[in-house]
Design a protein around this ligand. Structure first.
Ligand SMILES: O=C(O)Cc1cc(O)ccc1O
Ligand SMILES: [Fe+2]
Length: 432
């Protein structure tokens, strides 16, 4: 007997999958009699009338209808989870943080979320929230965000993410995306510890960027995205479901597992992607290209080319540019940049301080770039081909200014001396 594959390859594909043979209705979405008496439910991720190439929806066939639940009441856990609009005054200052410390008390992934900041407004479906997590216990309960899609970037510790549509194993250097509304729970594989980053995308769902003159191939190739096969549990035991709804947390308890989808078909589903599969493109002549060449996924806004949020990575790559200052240049950008580091070192921060699990923020129009150590090293270097290896930084790049939370502004992990990395540059000398 051949084993059913755990994952279906391809980005945004229309997947048909069943965990029990014969469970998936054929030829119609909503038959009068569903196999085995399963209940049909449509889950939409875009308006019914969204253009076909953007339309996302899935048909679920489950043991009980999702609608069969008691009322939700407020949940007051997850003490550091926040939503946009953020009422803290925006700051032009450059910021950098040490990694999140491990929590003292036993903390699951949901309660371990700490919001650093965000943009836009959850009610208007614009912007993002940026969270980090440090967790020490498996989730027994299920969670979903009605507010946005979740891009999960583990930094330390592999996760198993059980979702309504199937299970995702996601280790550091892989990412997972959970669509808005999809229920999931996170289990920790690294002796019960997991740390990483989460982008909650209130805007248009992530998609692959256009490739323009690059052509039909390159960057993140569609077939490397993996969607789980149907999986379910048939458990008649109490299970708490927590939802994030317009920034507030709400809970209810079912008398059964919410992970009871026996079969599904559609193109709205969680997926994972291995960052090592990214086909990195870079200059083979001169100059340091704009980091848009490293875009894995983009959430477009209403203005073409100006993203609600891009997810950009800085993977291992050869640096061969001739007669060029090879690291990122000094710059002031209209877009705002929140960065994290999954592994290794980042080539613009040789001076230290930007470490795996840490984070930095460079908001709109505020100057940043190589620290002095990176600058001096790059100016002095003999420009042989060099491989930048064993590293993976990333950036959430957004058109809106990121407002940081009170937690992020007052955390002892904030590096109050970050400005100093640019303090000691000597003045240029003009000819007399
Ligand atoms: O600020 C950063 O380090 C991110 C970044 C990298 C790069 O290669 C060019 C521009 C840019 O903002
Ligand atoms: Fe930058």
């Amino acid at each position: 007997m051949t084993e059913t594959p755990r994952y279906h390859p391809g980005f945004g594909n229309h997947v048909s999958t069943e965990a029990v043979p014969g469970a998936l209705p054929i030829g119609r979405n909503s038959p009068q009699h569903v196999p085995f008496g399963l209940y049909t439910e449509q889950l939409s991720g875009t308006a019914f009338t969204a253009p076909r190439h953007e339309n996302r929806r899935t048909w679920l066939y489950r043991l009980r209808p999702t609608a069969q639940h008691p009322a939700f009441s407020r949940y007051d856990g997850a003490p550091h989870l926040r939503a946009a609009p953020f009422d803290t005054p925006p700051s032009p200052n450059r910021m950098r943080w040490d990694p999140l410390p491990w929590p003292d008390a036993t903390t699951d992934w949901l309660d371990g979320l700490v919001t650093y900041g965000g943009t836009g407004n959850v009610a208007e479906q614009t912007g993002v929230a940026i969270h980090l997590y440090a967790a020490t216990a498996d989730m027994g309960r299920a969670f979903f965000s009605a507010d946005g899609e979740l891009l999960i970037v583990p930094q330390e510790g592999a996760l198993t993410i059980d979702t309504e549509m199937g299970r995702l194993d996601v280790a550091p250097l892989q990412i997972a995306v959970i669509p808005r509304g999809v229920r999931f729970r996170v289990r920790l594989d690294n002796n019960g510890r997991g740390r990483g980053y989460v982008l909650e995308n209130y805007g248009a769902p992530f998609r692959l960027p256009d490739l323009g003159p690059i052509g039909a191939n390159g960057l993140a190739n569609p077939r490397d995205f993996e969607t789980p096969a149907a999986w379910f549990e048939d458990r008649d035991e109490p299970c708490t479901v927590i939802q994030k709804f317009q920034g507030g947390l709400w809970q209810t308890t079912l008398d059964h597992s919410p992970f009871d989808v026996v079969a599904w078909h559609g193109n709205l589903a969680p997926y994972r992607y291995q960052l090592a599969r990214f086909n990195t493109i870079n200059t083979v002549s001169f100059d340091h290209p704009d980091p848009s060449i490293f875009t894995v996924l983009t959430s477009p806004s209403d203005t073409p080319g100006t993203a609600n949020c891009d997810f950009v990575i800085f993977p291992p790559r050869w640096m061969v540019a001739e007669g060029t200052f090879r690291p990122p240049w000094f710059h002031r950008n209209v877009m705002s940049e929140f960065m994290g580091l999954i592994a290794g070192a980042y080539d613009a921060k040789e001076g230290g301080g930007f470490v795996p699990g840490g984070a930095s923020l460079h908001n709109q129009m505020n100057g940043h770039g190589p620290d002095q150590a990176s600058y001096e090293k790059a100016v002095a270097s003999d420009l042989k081909p060099v491989k930048i290896d064993g590293t993976m930084a990333f950036m959430f790049e957004t058109r809106h200014v990121v407002r940081t939370t009170a937690w992020a502004q007052t955390s002892p992990t904030m590096q109050l001396d970050y400005d100093d990395v640019w303090r000691g540059f000597p003045k240029a000398t003009l000819p007399r």
